[in-house]
Design a protein around this ligand. Structure first.
Ligand SMILES: [Cu+2]
Ligand SMILES: [Zn+2]
Length: 197
């Protein structure tokens, strides 16, 4: 009976520990540009979703920059997050900065709906983006292939339009939103299971 209790706790804890979440509120000197982006990690895959409004129609470079420092606006967020000293690339390239997430696409109303997944950025460990910054650029990221002098460093993506600091959404450190829903059921569930054995 006690064994089952412990196994139940262990299994639920394992499910909770695998999931992490983070959020960014994007700010810009241009008040019409604003948005939110969330990151949800399950295993190695990080789902990225969000909405940005107030953009010009078209593609806009979308990166994790190394510093969560907005003291001089987006200018103080540093370079692309690049812990392995690689060249700039696209999200599907082996040679890429960890922070290279490619582009977001704004429609004719200036709204970019983001729905992507990435296995290189992480919410823990050496590739963790927590405490760093998301930057949205004025121009399209050429994914390192445009042949400009800055293609292999910044993707020639132009000015920094909006940015925000990536903050954790995990309650109590290791757990995630899942724990908010599971925790109230944890004790009743284990008591219920124990009553059968
Ligand atoms: Cu950038
Ligand atoms: Zn890059």
């Amino acid at each position: 009976m006690r064994g089952l209790f412990i196994v139940t706790i262990f299994l639920i804890s394992a499910v909770i520990a695998e999931e992490r979440m983070a959020i960014v509120k994007l700010v810009s000197p241009d008040p019409k540009i604003r948005g939110n982006v969330t990151f949800h990690q399950k295993g190695k895959a990080v789902a990225i979703s969000g909405v940005i409004e107030g953009l010009n129609e078209g593609l806009h470079g979308f990166h994790v920059h190394e510093k969560g420092d907005l003291t001089s606006g987006c200018a103080s967020t540093g370079s692309h997050f690049n812990p392995y000293n690689k060249n700039h690339g696209g999200p599907n390239d082996a040679d890429r900065h960890v922070g290279d997430l490619g582009n977001v696409a704004a429609n004719s109303a200036g709204v970019a709906v983001i729905s992507m997944s990435d296995n290189v950025i992480q919410l823990e460990g050496p590739n963790s983006i927590i405490g760093r910054a998301i930057v949205v650029h004025a121009d399209q990221d050429d994914l390192g292939k445009g042949g400009y002098t800055d293609s292999l460093t910044t993707g020639h993506a132009g000015a920094r339009l909006a940015c925000g600091i990536i903050g954790t959404l995990n309650p109590k450190g290791a757990s995630s939103a899942a724990s908010i829903y599971l925790t109230p059921f944890l004790l009743p569930l284990t008591i219920l299971l124990n009553s059968f054995y």
